[in-house]
Design a protein around this ligand. Sequence first.
Ligand SMILES: Cc1cc2nc3c(=O)[nH]c(=O)nc-3n(C[C@H](O)[C@H](O)[C@H](O)COP(=O)(O)OP(=O)(O)OC[C@H]3O[C@@H](n4cnc5c(N)ncnc54)[C@H](O)[C@@H]3O)c2cc1C
Length: 461
Amino acid sequence: MNESVKERIRHLVGRENCLDGELDLFGYSYDASFVPLEAKQRPELVVRPGTTEEVSQILKLAYEHAIPVTPRGAASGRTGGSIPVAGGISLTLDRMTKILELDAANMMVTVEAGVRTSDVYDFCSTQGLFYPPDPASWKFSTIGGNIAENAGGMRAVKYGVTKNYVMGLEVVLADGTIIQTGGKAIKNVTGYDLTSLFIGSEGTLGVITKAILRLIPLPKMRNTIQIMFPNLEAGCLTVQKMLVSGITPAAAEIMDKICLEAVSKYRKIPINPEVGSCLIIEIDGNYEPEIERQIEAIRSIADDFDTLSFRVAKDSKETEELWAIRRGISSAIASLAPDRIGEDISVPRSAFPEVVRRIESIAKKFNLTVAVYGHAGDGNIHPSILCNLKNPEEEKRVHEAVEEIFESALAVGGTLSGEHGIGITKKPYIRKALGDSGVATLKAIKIALDPKGILNPGKIW
Ligand SMILES: Cc1cc2nc3c(=O)[nH]c(=O)nc-3n(C[C@H](O)[C@H](O)[C@H](O)COP(=O)(O)OP(=O)(O)OC[C@H]3O[C@@H](n4cnc5c(N)ncnc54)[C@H](O)[C@@H]3O)c2cc1C
């Protein structure tokens, strides 16, 4: 990018909102993914627009000069989506954080794309309204990043994922054109469903600047149950039987023995050594008897699978205590090895136990430690390979194991990603999942919307 283009951008958004110091550029060369350092590339300019009009002007310039633009939210992505692999502009939405309108009559909220997910939740809940998508990163992830990745969360089993709450978008296209998609009408079949097209598009089709989000009434009460089993299979089967019986929990999170031992050590939580898996269930509703009925039904189902313990939180302190195991997993397992490759396969719910068994045999085959946890209620499994990537022989085994894990998901009708997207890290595998014609269709859409390929180049394929 030449200096005169940089100067024009500085003029557009203000000098203070353009960064190009060495350390700044380094800071914007990574996200929360496990992408090796050599794949990381510094942007030439970090630009922090404050309005949609500014985003549009920046893209017009970038389009004219064929400058790569990588949209960026909070960079909490797990697949390298906001790493500017082709240099150019890192377009960060961190100044566009306004909650613009709460439409209580229609139960919808309109927000700028850079607002934090938990801020939307907190704001709506003060009005008795509920924005359910809750990625574990919600204290820092942005709504724009959630939409671009179609983020899920623990509540997906009952309430669905981000796409189930997006009614409409404002998007700036590659050439700077501003479009509105969808709207507040619940039923809408006017032309192609462009809102859905941009959801999960990982910043490759347009820059999302605003979103209209659907809300629902906030459930009045919730409770947490923690169940310990002798093995992982028993926990998976409990969830399956519970869902088939008509009980849909707000969350059903499962973790294996490796995770439990790691959390026990890391957070100093004593755990019975006979425990092979832990299931944490959240139930919610509006009436006490409804909550009690669900607890008793879950207890009776779990009893068929040799539970080692069944705890129901008595108050908010105990709720925190029961959830502490799940919340502690990420950092606890990361402390077990120099590197951690965290995957995100998603499979039909009924195949969860079978895929977990396959992952266990893949771990044995490649002599690797693979911790398994996930959203058992919706079939989203996070196998985490604990390894040392500085050892080239081990690195090779890790890549082979990852490939087999993906194959095991595809073999049962599952997919490569439940919530983290493809980004850079899963690029090599996408053809296996979608086939040549599937990938060609994605590319045709990309070329139609971004003929010069300036938006987030190097991602998805
Ligand atoms: C500890 C931790 C826990 C996590 N837990 C979950 C979880 O439970 N569920 C889950 O789904 N994910 C989870 N993630 C992954 C991540 O938080 C989500 O993918 C999140 O949606 C990314 O939001 P972000 O604002 O950080 O986006 P970024 O990481 O900045 O960007 C992600 C992608 O979106 C694009 N993008 C960002 N903003 C825009 C925009 N305005 N317009 C167009 N494209 C844009 C970027 O180019 C990039 O491709 C977790 C990550 C961490 C670190």
